[in-house]
Design a protein. Structure first.
Length: 181
């Protein structure tokens, strides 16, 4: 079974649990915190990859380090440790967040611009695309791309809305080339 299928199953179980007990926001925060720790702590990676450390030692370590987190988050880590699947944690978090956002009518949007957007500009982009896609709101991640001459490029899921000057010039060029043939 592929890692993405397995990750989705774990995410579905977490989402259902978080929804039933009304603490999916807390779960999301905890999952992001755990993911941050696993991504940024080299010593931790080496500890979990070390074959000389027993599974029990690693599980005890998880219990001690993450003792302030919810039982559900710690149990997820322990199960992933048992199944030797800690490596799919980023996929689980991504799937969980996607499910949570979909249920609430929220989408993540990467907005590429030549300079950082002001709050008013971000709010305008949110309003326009939320209405266009029939969503409650968007979470904007502004990415400064100096290769953009002007305008914006917005990526929501697997859809890209390219309103950059560069893209408009390319389309004009294609029309001129097609018209001269």
């Amino acid at each position: 079974m592929s890692n993405s299928v397995v990750a989705k199953r774990y995410a579905v179980a977490l989402f259902q649990l978080g929804t039933e007990k009304s603490f999916s926001d807390q779960l999301e925060e905890e999952l992001h915190a755990v993911l941050h720790v696993f991504k940024n702590e080299e010593k931790l990676k080496h500890f979990f990859e070390n074959p000389r450390r027993s599974t029990q030692e690693k599980k005890q370590f998880i219990r001690e380090v993450f003792k302030d987190l919810s039982t559900q988050t710690v149990n997820l880590l322990l199960v992933l440790m048992d199944k030797n699947r800690l490596n799919i944690l980023p996929q689980i978090v991504s799937e969980f967040v996607a499910m949570k956002n979909k249920a609430r009518g929220v989408a993540e949007a990467d907005v590429y611009s030549v300079k950082a957007l002001t709050e008013d500009e971000k709010n305008h982009v949110k309003d326009v695309f939320a209405r266009k896609l029939n969503l409650n709101t968007l979470r904007i991640n502004n990415i400064v791309d100096e290769d953009i001459l002007g305008g914006l490029k917005v990526r929501i899921g697997n859809q890209i809305y390219d309103g950059t000057i560069k893209n408009k010039l390319t389309r004009i060029e294609q029309k001129v080339v097609t018209a001269t043939k």
